[in-house]
Design a binder for this molecule. Structure first.
Ligand SMILES: Nc1ncnc2c1ncn2[C@@H]1O[C@H](COP(=O)(O)OP(=O)(O)OP(=O)(O)O)[C@@H](O)[C@H]1O
Length: 648
């Protein structure tokens, strides 16, 4: 089978390989009639370890938070003005934080204990206001003004920050989505959609939140700590040294515990991603799950992942709590030493009581981010894991892409040539062994053969989803690799056994084959596909939203919409992959009629098990174990087998 189509797999005649889809299409959800792959990946393997062949030698670049910031910093560029606004607000907030204890110093040194004043600009202010009640009013109103201004600038900072954070998150998500859409089939063969969803939703969201919010928080705190240290040093460098002494034990403790916290946070984040993965697979594959009555098994698998995540989370929380207690004790020693030595300095007349007040206030501000060291490290570790998971996808180059000298394909006549084509999805397992055939323009050729003989692989190579390991696949005498992917695929229309319908109107689903199509063209295509009458009979006609998974339509109706979609594309080459399998006799007759109209005067390759599905093909090619064998040979084989059976 050709893999089922959806935006992540391929676009059925969409030509979405190198230009982004129009906005109204991006929103559509994908319907996959038989649910997602339920495969060996069910165990929720850690997909960060995945490296496709072409990437195996590349070392992963993002290892630390700073590398992560550097990696995604270009996304900040469009928001330079907002960033300047954030920086200015941050600066103002820092100034307000620094100013906060000064009115109290004014009250202590110039109102309560003027005899201990050391002069300076506060004493000048006291003189200017005449002291007493006026000075007290100035001090009290300053407290209010500083708080108000701090609040206003703090709001501005949070507002600008959220703009940057949301926009950057959206840009990264869009970049990742576009990139995933352009990655080759070989990549999608190996990835579960659950893993990709986890990266697109959870990882990008968390990374954005932590990267921008934690980044700004750290920047703000660093600014405050640096300016507080400068002001403190100017006031009394000895006391500042005492305040900074606590850094030594802090460094020792954090050097021991932070890596463990980071390890636990990384593990927890990976487990959370696996939960999303298992959850997405369970929900998107609900038909298979219910059909096989595997709900209990899915629940168990989900519970296992939740348990793993809870354990990692508990380990992280325990380590964080441990570090927090230690930091608190060390900081308490620091505060104790500063207050002790500070009082000695006040008694010695080197500082005023107000100075000590400012000192202790700054100390609190300085110690605040240190106290949050544990949670910050854990957030940083999580952001790094998320960033790594996102960057590891963005770093992948599509295996199949336009060659440097690729040119747009001219309008095809439709001749297809396979010349000594060899190909294997895995190097050790050939799917095609030296395949040779030619389909003339306008010819309909049926491709038959037992399951696994390589029929869909031939279609995959015509669409250039994969690269042959040797030999040539040509259209109109030119190798498909010489054309740009978009121009090649735009001239091929496909209809599959399980046609994918998007969660959108029937009109939009048909127009997917040719986005600029007019309503008249949509109706004409539907009429040609024998779909017009049943569409008109639906309550909203062409505007009927196809229910999730196309549940409101029968298999035959879905197929006829898919045929209309291929019809509207008016492509010179049509590929039909078992389009009538699973239909009842009545639907089969209707679909067959529509298909015959679709393939008239086009080059058509019909993949089928059943001679009835060959649509009066001009020729039949038969594949066996990756090799073409002439139809007459097969007939002879069959006759021989039949005769042998009769003789026996
Ligand atoms: N994405 C893939 N990765 C690895 N092996 C694959 C992949 N797709 C197909 N194969 C293998 O390649 C061989 C040919 O597969 P292909 O799908 O072309 O057969 P087919 O004749 O179309 O079968 P069917 O009629 O059952 O759809 C098979 O052995 C199959 O297991």
């Amino acid at each position: 089978m050709i893999p089922p189509i959806c935006p992540k797999h391929w676009s059925e005649s969409s030509g979405m390989t190198s230009s982004p889809p129009p906005r109204h299409w991006v929103k559509m959800e994908v319907e996959r009639p038989h649910g997602n792959r339920v495969s060996a990946e069910l165990g929720g393997a850690d997909m960060t370890s995945f490296k496709p062949a072409e990437q195996r030698d590349k070392r992963f670049k993002v290892r630390s938070f700073w590398q992560l910031l550097a990696r995604f910093a270009p996304h900040l560029r469009p928001y330079r003005k907002v960033l300047v606004g954030t920086a200015l607000c941050m600066l103002a907030v820092t100034v307000m934080e620094l100013a906060r204890p000064w009115p109290l110093k004014l009250i202590f040194d110039e109102i309560l204990m003027p005899e201990r004043s050391h002069g300076g600009w506060l004493a000048d202010l006291a003189l200017l206001t005449g002291g007493g009640a006026t000075l007290l009013a100035v001090a009290a109103l300053s407290i209010l003004a500083i708080a108000l201004l701090g609040g206003v600038f703090g709001f501005g900072q949070a507002y600008f920050m959220s703009i940057v954070s949301q926009r950057v998150g959206a840009a990264i998500r869009l970049q990742l989505f576009s990139h995933i859409q352009r990655l080759s089939q070989s990549f999608h063969d190996e990835r579960s959609s659950g893993d990709l969803m986890a990266r697109l939703t959870g990882d990008v969201g968390l990374m954005r939140q932590l990267l921008v919010d934690t980044g700004f928080f750290l920047a703000g705190r660093l600014l405050l700590v640096a300016s507080a240290i400068i002001v403190m040093a100017l006031m009394d460098w000895r006391l500042t040294l005492v305040a900074l002494l606590v850094l030594l034990p802090l460094v020792i403790v954090t050097a021991r515990l932070v890596p463990q916290i980071k390890g636990a946070a990384r593990k927890q984040r990976r487990k959370e991603s696996q939960i999303t993965q298992v959850m997405t697979e369970g929900i998107t594959s609900i038909r298979i799950v219910q059909a096989y009555a595997q709900e209990a098994q899915e629940e168990q698998r989900f519970a296992q992942q939740v348990e793993g995540s809870t354990e990692a989370s508990l380990t992280g929380t325990r380590l964080e709590a441990h570090l927090e207690r230690l930091v608190q004790v060390i900081l308490a020693f620091g505060t104790c030493a500063v207050v002790w030595y500070g009082v000695v300095r006040v008694q010695a007349g080197a500082l005023t009581p107000g100075d000590l007040l400012v000192f202790t206030a700054y100390l609190t501000g300085m110690y605040k981010p240190i106290r949050r060291l544990a949670s910050i490290s854990s957030r940083i570790a999580k952001a790094t894991v998320c960033g790594q998971r996102v960057a590891s996808i963005l770093d992948l180059e599509p295996e199949i892409r336009d060659h440097a000298d690729a040119r747009p394909a001219p309008p095809f006549k439709g001749e297809i040539l396979f010349d000594q084509v060899k190909f294997g999805y895995r190097p050790d397992r050939p799917a095609l062994r030296s395949v040779d055939f030619r389909i003339a323009a306008g010819e309909t050729v049926a491709l038959m053969g037992e399951s696994g003989s390589g029929k869909s692989t031939i279609a995959n190579l015509i669409l250039r989803f994969y690269q042959p390991s040797s030999g040539r696949v040509c259209i109109d005498g030119t190798e498909v690799g010489a054309y740009t992917l978009e121009s090649l695929r735009k001239q091929i229309a496909i209809v599959l056994q399980d046609s994918v319908l998007f969660r959108a109107s029937i009109r939009a689903n048909i127009a997917y084959g040719h986005l600029e199509a007019t309503m008249g063209e949509v109706i004409a295509a539907a009429k040609a596909a024998d779909a017009h009458d049943f569409i008109e009979a639906l309550p909203d006609g062409y505007e009927t939203i196809v229910g999730e998974r196309g549940a409101s339509l029968s298999g035959g109706q879905r197929q006829r919409i898919a045929i209309a979609r291929a019809m509207i594309r008016d492509a010179p080459i049509i590929i039909l992959d078992e389009p009538m399998v699973g239909l009842d006799t009545a639907s089969e007759a209707e679909v067959c009629k529509a298909l015959k109209r679709l393939v008239a005067r086009k080059t058509c390759l019909v993949i089928t098990h059943d001679p009835r599905g060959a649509l009066d093909a001009d020729r039949t090619l038969v594949l066996r174990e990756g090799k073409i064998i002439d139809v007459t040979d097969v007939t002879r084989d069959q006759e021989r087998t039949t005769n042998a059976g009769i003789t026996a």
